[in-house]
Each structure stands twice: as structure tokens, then as C-alpha cells.
Design a protein around this ligand. Sequence first.
Ligand code: PBG
Ligand code: ZN
Length: 336
Amino acid sequence: MNADSQTHGAPLQPIRPRRLRTSAVLREAVCETRVHPAQLIQPHFVLDQDSGEELIPSMPGIVRHGRTELLRQVEADWKLGLRSVLLFGLPKQGGKDSTGSASSDPLGPVPQAVRELKRAFGPDLVVMTDVCLCAYTDHGHCGVLAGGKIDNDASLGWIADAALAHAQAGADFVAPSDMMDGRIGAIRARLDGEGLPDVGILAYSVKYASAYYGPFREAADSAPAHGDRRSYQMDPRNGREALREVALDEQEGADMIMVKPALAYLDVISRVRGATQLPVVAYNVSGEYSAVKAAAMAGWLDEGQVVRENLHAMVRAGSDLVITYHARAALQQGWL
Ligand code: PBG
Ligand code: ZN
């Protein structure tokens, strides 16, 4: 507004976006993003034992469950409105070897937990399972090694075997997190070949080599014994490359596409949303959880308000579903 415009006719009034923010009911009426409990996926760490519970120091509020406690917890969560779980298994002491062969044991922690959950809930619970070798290999890498390097193509068979074991136990979706090339196609072929065409694949398509996985690696005892995961997980500096991974996984038969981590990659979630018609799933990872939790425990921020803001940010960016360790508390405490 300049002095000149003031001299002609009525003085200019500002346009007032604030009118839409006048009251809580009005803000609720015009808000652009809502998060529904059905969109939330609660991760669980499953021990290979009938009962018992172990604390995870780096993830306050999250524990490793024996099967009895897992069932009890999922039941309580179901009553809160949670309908989807993502399972991570921890093999028994001494259960690791160079190929992670325990990952495809039909009596391993994940298949057993899946059978029990499916027996208890049937179709009323969506059971998804993380498929990877790293919790089962003695070297902690997500693929098998040959001459000290990851052997991509030799890993595919082991990964497909693990997915098959989960699917045969009754998993609704298998979620491969290894980032080997060609794994979606290999898993799809194996499931179809074994008469399991209805089991879906949630592809960890866009998985960055992120320091935000730190607390998880303690929780799942899956840190690499040497080296890092940068030869298979994506470089955090890349965005375009994400669209290439999504296109390949879609071609190979993925049913849902994941972006992981979430909060430092909202731009990627948004670009992926525009590049696929498949559901997009954000993984709000362990380090994102623990950072909020630690600050909240120190009294430095309001946990409920931050979790609410983060969940809405992921959905606003384009996620249809959100995997988050905050899911239970968000519903219990009414943070949504
Ligand atoms: C294993 C796997 C990881 C996560 C999910 N599956 C860790 C990793 O790749 O090192 C991370 C989950 C989290 O941090 O919450 N492949
Ligand atoms: Zn892995």
C-alpha cells in the first residue's frame, strides 16, 4: 500500500486469512489434514519365547515382547483403535549365522507371532512383517557376503525364503527392508509360485542410510559388525533417485510404497505421492521417536503437541499410512 493508493477512494484493507482461525470449531471445520487411527501402524519387537518382556533403554515406552505379552498388548491397542502392526523378530541366543538362515525358520519368532495373532484376530488385524536378514546374520548386514562384499543376487533367495515363511504363517503383508535390487520381484515370484498370490508387499522402496536408525539397532540387535549400510541404502542427499526406486518396485509388484525415515524427508514423501497411485507409507523411525521422547522427558517440549504436529506433517506431505512408535500413546492420550 503506497501513499498514492490511499488518495483514491476508500483506504485499502488487508485481506484477512485470520478470519478462518477465529474459533476452535471453525479451525476444525476448515482444517486440511486429519489423521485417523486406521492410518497408524504400531511396530513391535518380538522375542522368540512364550512370555517375558525386555526394556529397550534407547526407546523409553517401547519393549521387546514374548508372545503372551505381545498378544495382550495388541489386544489393548486394538481397543484403542489400532488395526495394523509391523513385526520385527529377534532370534534366540546363538541363532545367528553368516546367511541369516534363522530368518526363514517357520518356527522363528516372527512366524510364530504371526500365527498367534492371526488365530486371535483373524481378518480384524492387518499383520505386516519386516523381512530382512540383519537381525539374523552374525555380521549384521541386510544381505549375505561374498569376499567381504554384499552379494546382491545371492541375498535374494534368502530374503524371498524369509518372506515366504512369514506369508505361510499368515502375514497379510511382507515388508522387505534390505534394499537389495530386484527383491520385490523375487518375493512376488516366490509367493505366487507357492500359491500365496493374496499376500501383499509393502516395499521399503525409499530407505535412506540414516543415523536415525540408531535406537532401533539396539532394540533389534541388528547393527552391522563392520562397515555401514551405504552400499545398499540410499544417500540422504538424493531425492530424484527415490522416484527411480519407486518406479522399479512398482514394476516388480509392490502394493504399497514406503519412505523412511519420515521427518527429514517430507519433501521426498511429497514427490513420491505425486509419482505413484499406490498407497504411500511413512516410517517415523526410532531416532525420530527417541529424540522427541528424550526432549519431552527433560521437560524441553510438550510431547503430545509435538507428536500431533509430526503425525499431521507426515500425512499433509502425502502419507496415507504412518508407521510410528508413538501410535499407542497418541490414541491413549488423545493427541490426534
Ligand atoms: C532392518 C531395519 C531397520 C529399520 C527397519 N528395518 C534398521 C536398519 O536398516 O539399519 C529401522 C527402523 C527404525 O529405526 O525404527 N533392515
Ligand atoms: Zn536389515
